[in-house]
Design a protein. Sequence first.
Lengths: 329, 203
Amino acid sequence: MTATAPTRQRVRPDIVHIPDGFLDAKTALAAAALSCAGLSLAVREVQRRLPPARVPLLGLSTAFVFAAQMLNFPVAGGTSGHLLGAVLVTVLLGPAAAVLVMSAVLILQCLLFADGGLTALGANLFNMALVAPLVGHGVNRSVLRLWGTGLRTRLFAAAFAAWCATLAAAISCAGQLAMSGAAPWRATFPAMALIHMLIGAGEAVITALVLSGLARARPELLTSAAETPGGSRSFVALGLLGSIGLAVFVAPFACSWPDGLEKVAAVLGFEHQAAERPVLSAPLPDYTVPGLASQAWGTVIAGGVGTLAAFALTWWLARRLTRRQRGTV
Amino acid sequence: MNLRSRLLSPSPEPVGGGSAAVKLAAALGFVVTVVLLPRGAWVAHGVAAIALLAVALGSRVPLGGWLGRLLWLEPFAASMAALALFQPGGLTVFLAMLAKSTLCIAAMLLLSSITPFHESLKVLRRWGVPGLLVTTLALAQRYLFVLADEAQRMRRARQSRTLSPRRTQWWSLLSGIIAQLFLRATARAERIHAAMCARGWKP
């Protein structure tokens, strides 16, 4: 495939920007409240920790994310994808600064380019500027804690974190749409989750490649942000906000899981019945639909398999990148 | 591929005489009203559309460009709205969402073309947005196009020096460009900080 200009230009990053009119008042306001709180926390944390000399870097990183998102990475056919950048910025600047930078990106997209609705800005901020960086940071840090800090581990951690963050943001978006009655959970969740597992794979690969390129030029860039001490309290607070949001938007749908033993039996009993009936004609409300239960199991299994696959593939990618590096040195 | 071409008017001049605060508040009010309109109230949606058209005509925004940009952004909202069809009564929901999102996108496009961005930022600052975020937005908007052009130049240079790369090779090359872009952004940020301090900026 030649490197001529890809035939289709993508307008926006892959995580969908929710336009106006899709969310109902309660979802939009809840998301806006959570995003405001999260953004204030992040701003305060950045003000406390960032040396003044680095303040312009926030603005430049925002512009960098925009510019990087415009580069088209050819996929099959005439389509192309591109970098979202949330986890890349998280690894390079730390979680609080990443929240700030991604928020600025989204605000600019909304105000300048009408990309993403104004009333939906709270929800978009929550998904892409809170959930994505925080999940990314959490996964990244956990992997580094478990497996040490060699270059290969760093690349693997960042790549896997990018995949997880993409998926988490997409699920959060699906939850918000379902809560607003805009799109039913049983249609949105599988579609968003499966599509974004693939998109997350692309994000993981690009993140790892960019970081390996940076490691060659300025290796200290990769180490500066991930190990800031004492930042954990604000991270916990931000993480708590993210968890509350996910609980509000996603749990009502995801927890069709049974609470008590009777419900387990009922769900499993219905499951065999529902397998023969078409899902869309199920008359019961969403979270007790037997069809949903069986589909939820299917999605859970697919999710589990997908996660393991992403884990293995990102580890293989990191290994491949570092082996090539050692070879060229 | 040009980022500037995505804007309706790359350097908006204050039009209509109203202050930026009025324009921002009006846009916000319009968007909120449209979003809150009940789903079947097509007359109300029509009235909103006419009102928006009147403002566009009054502010002498190029109508062709405005509608063209709107049409280009439509498919993304439409494909997302299509998820609504998977439920009973989904057609009304789909049409309502499509109508609302179209009206609001049109309003935001209009807003961005009749309000200079730095005016909007001043208004945001007055309305209580933290200074750090406003500074970030200002710097980002200023260097957005600079960095985007730089990225496209690097891509074109790479493209002209590489004969028929495979897809995997091209991914690796583009990622290298992104890495370079970040390094240049970092260096530029340091220069900006020095320049700001030399002009008396205090954090």
